[in-house]
Design a protein around this ligand. Structure first.
Ligand code: PEP
Ligand code: MG
Length: 319
């Protein structure tokens, strides 16, 4: 099955009843961008830009950043790039920036919260991204947004730089990885260009389980119906406003999750490079109508184990 998936990696991920879903790749280093097309991805669904910042001794300036983003866009030859702005803090410190002394870094000054304290960082990054984009398709993704005021602050900065540079096909959106945002998704959906759901952090914050704590890994199942409900609320709010919504957490690469995520209506799944071909092959095994019915049932299930059992049962029925 793995070989067949690999052979068909350049074909679209279309369900048996003709519904197309995009499958993107998650990338931490723009040098990996060359592999994105080779593994069959429809684009980069998440460029974790903070890793390039963490690997250096000082902040890259606008020109250095522009060159990095250009490398990624060039390698994609017209496919879309979703580039996330700096998600520093929490489990991803910058060695050359003094770390705040926090009892709970995962609940601390991270992502957009840190950028609001260092507005020049975000301004430089947005400028570099817009300069690199030119007329190419780029989605800029803001991490860890919790409050609408954070979004509006970043959006105003983006608009002012866009006025100067004018990159016509650049959108601004945000991660949905804080439960409060999913619960209040209509408010955000009305203002953003798109959403991307980060299930790694969404699960961590919903279940109150540290994503890096191996002792609790068995409890930290992203298929917990509570998380599925938050995903559903997010997709519904986005689609009511005609907005695109992707998902870029590890959950998207779980074969059991794929039919549920299709059924919940996601427009895109972005997974690690080595999972792209397999996820596409899983999409092709299902009918969207069955996925929708399955998702409805999963939302009412008692727990993640029951959700998994439902999907396995349906899979055996399909095969
Ligand atoms: C997530 O939180 O699900 C996500 C995709 O971002 P990261 O894993 O980089 O926090
Ligand atoms: Mg995250």
């Amino acid at each position: 099955a793995r070989d067949k998936a690999w052979e068909q990696r350049h074909q679209a991920a279309t369900t048996r009843d003709g519904h197309l879903v995009e499958v993107g790749a998650n990338v931490a280093d723009t040098r990996e961008a060359a592999d994105v097309v080779a593994v069959g991805a429809d684009g980069i669904g998440l460029l974790r830009t903070e890793f390039a910042f963490m690997a250096r001794r000082q902040l890259p300036d606008v020109a250095e950043q522009q060159a990095m983003y250009q490398t990624a866009l060039d390698a994609l030859v017209g496919r879309p790039l979703v580039a996330r702005t700096l998600d520093i803090g929490g489990d991803k410190p910058l060695l050359y920036y003094p770390r705040a002394d926090e009892d709970n870094p995962a609940l601390g000054v991270r992502g957009i919260r840190l950028c609001r304290q260092q507005p020049q960082w975000l301004e430089n990054q947005l400028r570099a991204l817009l300069l690199a984009a030119g007329k190419r398709p780029l989605r800029i993704l803001l991490p860890m947004v919790t409050d609408i005021a954070e979004w509006r602050w970043a959006k105003a900065l983006f608009d002012s730089i866009q006025d100067e540079i004018q990159a016509p096909d650049v959108q601004l959106g945000m991660m949905v990885e804080v439960p409060a945002v999913a619960l209040n998704a209509e408010v955000f959906a009305a203002e953003v260009d798109f959403f991307s759901i980060g299930t790694n952090d969404l699960a961590q914050y919903t279940l109150a389980i540290d994503r890096g704590n191996g002792a609790l890994a068995a409890l930290a199942d992203g298929l917990n119906p509570a998380i599925l409900k938050l995903i559903k609320m997010t997709v519904t709010a986005a689609h009511q406003q005609g907005k695109w919504v992707g998902l870029c957490g590890e959950l998207g690469a779980d074969p059991v999750a794929v039919p549920l995520l299709l059924g919940l209506g996601l427009d895109e799944l972005s997974v690690s490079l080595k999972q792209v071909a397999l996820v596409k092959s899983h999409v092709r095994q299902w009918r969207l109508s069955d996925c929708r019915a399955l998702a409805e049932q999963a939302l009412m299930a008692t727990d993640a184990a029951a959700v998994r059992a439902l999907v396995m049962q349906a899979k055996n029925g399909v095969a």
